[in-house]
Design a protein around this ligand. Sequence first.
Ligand SMILES: *Cc1c(COP(=O)(O)O)cnc(C)c1O
Length: 355
Amino acid sequence: MLVQGKNVQLLEKIVAERCGLPHAIAMNSCTSTLHMCLVSLGVGPGDLVIVPSYSWIATANVVSLCGAHPSFVDIDGRTFTIDPNELEKHIKKLKRRSATSRRLKAIIVVHTFGQMADVVAIRALADRYGVPVIEDAACALGASYDGYTAGSAGIMGCFSMHPRKAVTTGEGGIIVTRNTRMARMLQALRSHGQMVTASGTEFMVPGYNLRMTDFQGALGVSQMAKLDQILSKRREMAAIYDSLFSNTPVTAPFVDTRGISVYQSYVVKVPACGRRGPVKVIELLKERGIETNIGTCHMPLTRYFRSRYCYKRGDFPVTDQVFSSAMSLPFHSGLSSGDQKKVANELIRAIGDST
Ligand SMILES: *Cc1c(COP(=O)(O)O)cnc(C)c1O
C-alpha cells in the first residue's frame, strides 16, 4: 500500500483529534486542499471569494483556478491578518448590489505567520451575512484563538505540511472539518470522484488525483509526535528575539493576547523602506552571512492580479505599508541564543547602513 494507506489514515486521525474535529482529509499539498474546499462549496466561473490582500499567493490562486475572482480585503497592520472592520465594509458593499451579492460564495481567512485572525469577529460577520468561512491555516497547526483551535472556526480548515511549516511530510496538506457531507465530498474529489454508496463504490463527481502517499503519511505521524516540542522551542526563540528588539528601531511581532501563536515565522517591521520592501536590508544581511526574507506577498500587486484587475498602490494602504517594512528573520530549531543575538545586532546595524 504505497498511496493513501493506513499511515495516511493514522495521520488524519491524529490531526483531527488534535483539532477536536471528527474529520481530516489528507492531500498532496495545502494548495490542493484550499482548491478542493472551494470546489466542494460549488465555487465556479464568475463567483467572488473574499481573501486578505497579504498572504502567500496560493490563497488567491486557488480562487482564480476555479474561474472565480478573488475579492481582496486589507489587513490589520499589527496582526497581519484580515481586518474585521474592512471585511464588514466590503461584505456590505458586495451585498448592496444583487449581481455581486449572488456571486459572493466564501471568505478565506489566513492565520498569517501562525497567528490566528480574529475568528470571533469574522464568524459573527459570516453568520450575519450567510457566507461560509474557509481557514487557510497553512502555518497555524496548533494555534488557537479565544477557545477555537486553528481549523475549527470555519466550515473547513487547511494545514500545510510543506518543509517551511512546523511539521512536514515533504509536500502535503490536510483539511479538517466537522461537516460530514463536506468530508465525503472532499474524499471523493481527491481520488477520481469515487464515493462509497449503498451499492458499492461509484464515481459520483469528476474528481482529481490529489492523494498523499503512504510514505508521507508515515513521516507525518512521526512528525506529529514532535509537534508540541517544536512549538515550545519556537515560542522560546520568539521570546528571546522579542526581548532583543525592545527599545530598538525594530518592531517585534504584535501578540494578540486572545490567541496563542505558533510562530511559523518570526516577522518584524523595520522602518518603512519603500515599494519594493526592505530589499536593501536583506541584501546587506546576506553579505554578512544572514539569510532573511520579505514577510509574504502583496497579492493584488503581483503581476497577474495587478494586470488582470488594474490594482495600484493605495488600493490596500495597510498592506502597502506592511509590505514595505515586514521582514522574516532566521527561525529554526538549530538557532542558538547567541545566533539570535548576532542576527538582532546585525539587523539593527543594517537598518542604520541602509538609510
Ligand atoms: C505555505 C502556504 C500555503 C501553501 O501550502 P502548500 O502546502 O505549499 O501548498 C498556502 N497558504 C499559506 C498562507 C501558506 O503559508
